[in-house]
Design a protein around this ligand. Structure first.
Ligand SMILES: *Cc1c(COP(=O)(O)O)cnc(C)c1O
Length: 484
């Protein structure tokens, strides 16, 4: 290091070290299949991370060594083709390289006149086109769909209460707002109600039908009942790809109900919305183009590295009115660095913002939407193949219809809940495969969400074979009476 800055005194040495770090990560991704999906963190490794704040410097190569030895082997494993837990994207080498470029620029995308913001605006433009939104719609990169749902709800709150709510708060109004979502919706919808001050108790959880989509008759009945009770229905959150089963609500019907009732129509498309890139799935998302707001993640099916959530709002004026603020240090101009208003910081609560747009922009440009759509289709084909194999295997049982890329099933046995819970933990610890678990009709299900572009049929077969082997072992090892 030089005496006065954080830059190296010897750039050549840093360059060499940097290339080694880059090579290590490329090696890691190239050979990811040879690694365990996940492995428990050994106790002494975890314990090594309680050290005091370092006052003195450490050589970069030594810190990198510690990364390679102590951090890299002990991640969740979502880059691995055998990872099928929750809904995690696989990332890509292109996304990784774009992240490096973005970090080099150290751009702050809150605002000001700079080309990185034009990159974000170009992606906003692409997203608008993709989802059939008007050119006047606004969009913003955010951390993830949890934040995107929250922002959407706040804009909807402005729509119904007016911008006065920003100054006076909810207490000033006399309306009791209520919102609607399905029993399959993600927990962050209730969280958004909580954070917005409307209260999670003002969210009506509508039951699902046999396809795990929102029951439309129940929704309409709930809206009527709330109106009769003097409440103000204002927001419907449909889901495009529920987290448990991948169900898609009937978005067209929800749009009709919202329109007839004068409610805001939001779509949580966290992972499913990008299914629009796949010709097989796009028709099932019909109605998404009528949403008032849409939340989704590039970091799930889009394979962009974390984090890369996105919010799209039909009425940009309302979006702006919800978040813009007149702080003098953020004063705008028509020339110089302060030009280019409105800025991204006018559309959300974040002022300092990273250049998330770059990794999405690289991913879309380098791979193209056709290829990304094929990847998405392929994960659904794999789920169908997995379903067929489960149906053909007497020891296994399918627990929910396969709607997209998520398969919920279990090993048939006595004490099935206990045994299947153990199968999932044992599988994860084996390093061979990593599904997660969920409850389907109060039954423990092994849940495989095929999101990663690297996953192949062999990974499905490996998972099913391991489930049967573990199921056989565990159901023999644990006699019925001991686990009741
Ligand atoms: C993943 C997910 C979320 C949460 O998104 P984050 O990006 O993790 O904040 C919300 N809704 C659904 C349907 C999801 O699958």
């Amino acid at each position: 290091m030089t005496e006065n800055t954080l830059d190296p005194a010897d750039w050549r040495a840093l360059r060499g070290q940097g290339h080694r770090m880059l090579d290590d990560m490329l090696d890691y991704i190239e050979h990811i299949r040879e690694r365990p999906v996940w492995q428990p963190i050994p106790r002494q490794r975890r314990a090594a991370f309680g050290k005091p704040l370092p006052e003195a410097p450490t050589d970069l190569a030594a810190v990198h060594q510690s990364f390679m030895q102590d951090i890299l082997p002990y991640t969740v494993g979502n880059t691995h083709p055998g990872f099928m837990g929750w809904v995690h994207g696989g990332g890509s080498p292109v996304g990784m390289l774009a992240e490096m470029l973005a970090a080099g620029l150290n751009a702050n995308l809150g605002g000001r006149d700079q080309m990185p913001i034009e990159v974000e605006r170009e992606v906003v433009h692409w997203v608008r086109d993709l989802f059939g939104f008007p050119e006047s719609a606004s969009g913003l990169f955010v951390t993830g769909t949890s934040m995107a749902n929250f922002i959407s709800l706040l804009v909807a709150r402005t729509a119904v209460l007016g911008i006065g709510v920003r100054q006076e708060g909810l207490a000033a109004g006399d309306k009791r707002l209520v919102a609607y979502t399905s029993a399959g919706a993600h927990g962050c919808i209730a969280q958004a109600m909580d954070l917005s001050g409307l209260g999670a108790g003002a969210l009506r959880v509508i039951p699902v039908d046999e396809h795990y989509a929102m029951d439309l008759a129940a929704l309409e009945a709930a809206i009527q009942a709330d109106r009769r009770a003097g409440l103000t229905p204002f927001f419907i959150a449909g889901t495009a790809g529920t987290v448990d089963t991948g169900a898609i609500d009937d978005l067209e019907a929800l749009a009709n109900i919202a329109q007839a009732q004068g409610l805001w129509f939001h779509v949580d498309g966290a992972y499913g919305a990008l299914g629009i890139l796949s010709p097989d799935i796009a028709p099932r998302l019909r109605g998404i183009e009528r949403a008032d707001s849409l939340a989704f993640d590039f970091h799930k099916w889009g394979q962009v590295p974390y984090d890369a959530g996105f919010v799209l709002i039909r009425d940009s004026a309302l979006h702006l009115a919800t978040f813009s603020s007149p702080a003098s240090y953020l004063k705008r101009d028509t020339r110089g660095l302060a030009a280019g208003s409105p800025w991204p910081c006018d559309f959300g609560p974040d002022l300092s913002r990273s250049f998330r747009a770059l990794k999405a922009w690289f991913t879309l440009k380098v791979y193209g939407t056709k290829k990304l759509g094929e990847i998405i289709s392929r994960t659904c084909t794999l789920a169908q193949q997995m379903q067929s194999r489960i149906e053909a295997e007497p020891q296994l049982e399918l627990l929910a219809p396969v709607s997209l890329n998520i398969v919920c099933f279990r090993y048939r046995c006595d004490n099935a809940d206990a045994i299947n819970t153990r199968i999932v933990s044992a599988l994860q610890e084996s390093g061979v495969s990593a599904p997660s678990s969920t409850l389907i009709h109060d039954q423990v299900a092994i849940r495989a969400a095929i999101v990663n572009h690297r996953t192949e049929l062999i990974d499905i077969d490996t998972l099913l074979k391991a489930v049967i082997e573990l199921g056989d072992q565990l159901s023999q090892a644990i006699p019925r009476s001991k686990t009741a």
